[in-house]
Write a protein that binds this ligand. Sequence first.
Ligand code: C2E
Ligand code: CA
Ligand code: CA
Ligand code: CA
Length: 282
Amino acid sequence: AKTQERNTFRFYTPLMHADARMRLMLGADLRQALIRDEFHLVFQPSVELRSGRIVAVEALIRWRHPERGELMPDEFIPLAESLGLIRRLDAWTMRAVCNQIRAWDQAKLPPIRVAVNASAATFGHPGFLDSVKQALQASGISPKRVLFEITESAILRLGEATEQTMHALHALGIGIAIDDFGTGYSSLAYLKLSGIDYLKIDRSFVTDLPDSANDVAIVEAMLAIAKSLGMCTIAEGIETAAQHEFLLRAGCAEGQGYYYSRGLPPVEIERMLSPNPRHEPS
Ligand code: C2E
Ligand code: CA
Ligand code: CA
Ligand code: CA
């Protein structure tokens, strides 16, 4: 749908008036929300395909709007980006993730990885590295537990500075994943940059597996590239057993999607990871 939007001439309609007004109002609310702390995180498991074990979770932000109820990132992340608020939002996420990891460690849960999404403006900002170090220091967690997800298009937009940032994060021990891999309409040259640990195959290539011969060919090629570059692979948007089976057989390492689980509140993640699951009082 996004490609279509980009290439289609759009006429100005009364509906867009409403849309603009809505964005304005929501923009004002967004500033308030940062002050009032109206955000929370859900965590979607990432499963090792071979064993079915949860090896990681991805932090996904949600906004509990006082009037509009729970808002999804698609409804406010682009707005936060255009209003210059995304760095503060991503910093909130990073702090919340570090605190969550510390809490899980204290509860003696298995030390899984936690993936954090970072927008281009966040990742490309000169202060990013320091804010990451600060969040790690304040929480005392190991950098090895954190993985940043950067979209392919963000990396391309950022250019030069990206390389240094990725290098520095890598040196700290923080993992880096290329998110939405394959959707950036790019050359593959950036894959030579050091510090990329994971390729995340975009959902658009997974949806029609295993029926679409084209998608089968594309995904197999992506897995081959990752393998030869020594990167780990995660497929996103797995919804069916057939998709799971195909990806497992094709050699993909990990998968995420509704087939395994949606994004869950921390207590449910704890229940899933707990070595001796406690029974619910009935
Ligand atoms: P993403 O990084 O590609 O995250 C995956 C999205 O796909 C999530 O949507 C997830 O709920 C959804 N998803 C997972 N499995 C399935 C599936 O099997 N089928 C379908 N149809 N969808 C699935 P969500 O939570 O709405 O997040 C949307 C996007 O918002 C994310 O896309 C990410 O780019 C962005 N985002 C989320 N949290 C943050 C954040 O803290 N900071 C920034 N900058 N961006 C964030
Ligand atoms: Ca992501
Ligand atoms: Ca993704
Ligand atoms: Ca995606």
